[in-house]
Ligand binder design. Structure first.
Ligand SMILES: Cc1cc2nc3c(=O)[nH]c(=O)nc-3n(C[C@H](O)[C@H](O)[C@H](O)COP(=O)(O)OP(=O)(O)OC[C@H]3O[C@@H](n4cnc5c(N)ncnc54)[C@H](O)[C@@H]3O)c2cc1C
Length: 374
């Protein structure tokens, strides 16, 4: 398992880490198929659901494990180590849980949290074809008040779990103000699968909404949708950093193992100091990324975080995941670039951390705002 400082571990944390590790081992045989077919098989969903991993942060009274973002981040490290797309899917699913848990009324919590914790996929859909970074400026999806509720029309794109989802948290303009709504697949959501070059299998889709929903589906206050989205996305930046760390950990291990076996010039690759030092630097950065992320998760759970904290964790962990997987491919030499190479897949997957959940430029923007108090 990925080493976590002992002083940070409670009984619950140890338990969830063990459970996630065991689930990851069960998922491992499916990871090539998931990458090839760009789809998570039912069997994998069953493995995760049976171990309570669909409801890590949902309250116990609503069928979840009642744990925090800290525990979810540790679970994401273990699953991300084996299959980043399954971890991304689960991480995004928990954004819907966070949104409903923190902003839903009692009736919404009673209706949706047990369904989500029980294995029905959730997601958040904010990105539109007109843009993802500037959510306020780019949102074209409109909600109109009707006699019985709302009519929602619009298109969202690049949505994780879009192909699997039953429950969507979306942003739409109601009286020109961003409002969060809970939408169900049967309300009139049409999903088209997208073909990413990495991180394949997380159900990435373009979604067309032409829905009629009852008036009980506003999440949080009307006109305050951005608050719902940003708070929930902050949790996801931390858990996504966890996935990046899991991937980097695995890539580093693979590079070390391979370097000990591969012989060149009558030595093993691990005998070359140039390789040792490159891996030592990456190991140091990975340790720093892990601690930054674990600290961010604790700050989030304690309610003491500012937006720069999750942004720094995601920015740094993404950089480290890319650097480690690039080096792993390098250590493997030509064998690293072949289609069926696991380090090659890691390198493809790593790039996605710089974009999903807000790009690295937007992370820097958030950090700068705090730094310069703007
Ligand atoms: C794997 C993955 C999963 C995703 N899952 C989801 C999901 O579940 N739900 C969802 O809603 N979205 C999701 N997205 C979409 C993601 O949130 C957007 O791709 C992201 O926010 C960027 O938006 P965009 O692609 O429209 O790029 P744009 O906003 O068009 O940006 C284009 C480029 O301009 C840069 N840029 C923009 N503004 C600035 C600025 N002020 N300063 C400097 N540079 C800037 C960006 O960083 C980027 O490099 C996912 C994306 C990926 C890759």
């Amino acid at each position: 398992m990925i080493p976590i400082p002992k002083y940070m571990m409670k009984e619950d944390t140890k338990e969830v880490q063990k459970t996630a590790r065991k689930a990851a081992e069960k998922i491992k045989p499916f990871s090539t198929k998931i990458d090839k077919e760009n789809m998570i098989p039912e069997e994998v969903v069953r493995i995760l659901t049976e171990r309570g991993l669909f409801g890590v942060t949902a309250p116990r009274i609503h069928g979840g494990q009642g744990l925090g973002i800290f525990e979810l981040t540790i679970a994401m490290m273990e699953i991300g180590r084996i299959c980043t797309s399954v971890a991304r899917s689960l991480m995004t699913h928990h954004i819907a849980i966070e949104a409903i848990k923190n902003f839903g009324n009692e009736e919404q919590k009673r209706e949706y949290l047990p369904r989500l914790a029980g294995g029905e996929f959730g997601t958040i859909a904010t990105t539109e074809p007109s843009g993802g970074s500037d959510v306020v400026g780019a949102t074209r999806t409109v909600a109109l008040k009707t006699d019985s509720g709302f009519s929602i029309k619009g298109t969202k794109t690049l949505i994780t779990n879009g192909m699997y989802c039953g429950i969507f948290i979306i942003l739409a303009k109601l009286d020109d103000k961003l409002t969060a709504f809970i939408v169900e697949k049967e309300d009139g959501v049409n999903a088209r699968s997208l073909e990413p070059f990495g991180d394949r299998g997380s159900g990435l889709a373009s979604l067309r909404f032409d829905c009629k929903i009852p008036d009980t589906r506003i999440l949080g206050e009307a006109g305050r949708g951005l608050k719902v989205a940003l708070h929930s996305l902050n949790s996801a930046r931390i858990t996504q950093a966890g996935i990046a760390i899991g991937l980097a950990f695995e890539m580093l291990q693979k590079a070390i193992d391979y370097s000990k076996k591969r012989e060149v010039f009558n030595k093993t690759v691990s005998d070359f100091q140039g390789i040792q030092w490159a891996l030592a630097d990456l190991h140091t950065k990975l340790e720093a990324a892990k601690l930054l992320t674990l600290n961010a998760a604790q700050e989030y759970d304690n309610g003491t975080y500012t937006p720069a904290i999750p942004a720094m964790a995601k920015l740094f962990a993404a950089d480290v995941a890319i650097a480690v997987s690039r080096m792993a491919v390098q250590v493997y030499g030509g064998h690293g670039i072949l289609q069926n190479s696991s380090v090659g897949r890691g390198y493809r997957d790593a790039k996605f951390f710089e974009i999903g959940g807000g790009t690295s430029e937007i992370m820097r923007l958030i950090i700068s705002r705090e730094l310069f108090q703007r």
